[in-house]
Design a binder for this molecule. Structure first.
Ligand SMILES: [Cu+2]
Length: 162
């Protein structure tokens, strides 16, 4: 797995334009991993990305690893206008399809920030683990969010993660 991701990073360095924020492993292309800035007291932050499976074999995102006490994959469902979130074991990445982890749906939950909030411009390293393609090291860019987004995707109900 390790050598696989190093090979992918080497390829990326050779082939990607400096401005692209894209990561590849096997047949998978991960575009623009990002996380929204958090409040100073936030205990968790949410990460988003797009995965395109250019191959002919279905894959699944089965884990995300990063330097936090807990990292999980969540999904969001709306019921009677109330967003609730639950843990999922994996996100299906079917052959030939593009799957978005985006506000209101699947997202990566970085839990246990504990006084070290995500700040705009920060880069959060993480490893995406795919069932077929293996591990892929990526960087989530922390970006600003507006007040409306903040309202919609309040993750304070996730608890402390400790
Ligand atoms: Cu969540």
């Amino acid at each position: 797995m390790k050598t696989y991701s190093y090979a992918a990073m080497a390829l990326l360095a050779l082939s990607a334009p400096a401005t692209a924020h894209e990561f590849k492993v096997g047949a998978l292309v991960v575009d623009h991993p990002m996380a929204f800035e958090t409040t100073a007291t936030a205990m968790s932050g949410a990460g988003y990305l797009t995965v395109t499976n250019t191959g002919s074999t279905d894959d699944r995102l089965v884990a995300v690893e990063a330097a936090f006490p807990r990292v999980m994959i969540h999904t969001t469902t709306m019921q009677d206008g109330v967003a609730s979130m639950s843990h999922v074991d994996a996100v299906d990445i079917p052959a030939g399809e593009t799957v978005k982890l985006a506000p209101g749906g699947f997202h990566v939950m970085f839990m246990g920030l504990d006084g070290d909030p995500f700040e705009v411009g920060e880069a959060v390293p993480a490893t995406l683990v795919f069932e077929q393609a293996g591990s892929l090291e990526v960087v989530f860019n922390v970006e600003a969010r507006d007040a409306a987004d903040m309202e919609q995707m309040d993750h304070s109900t996730h608890g402390t993660g400790n």
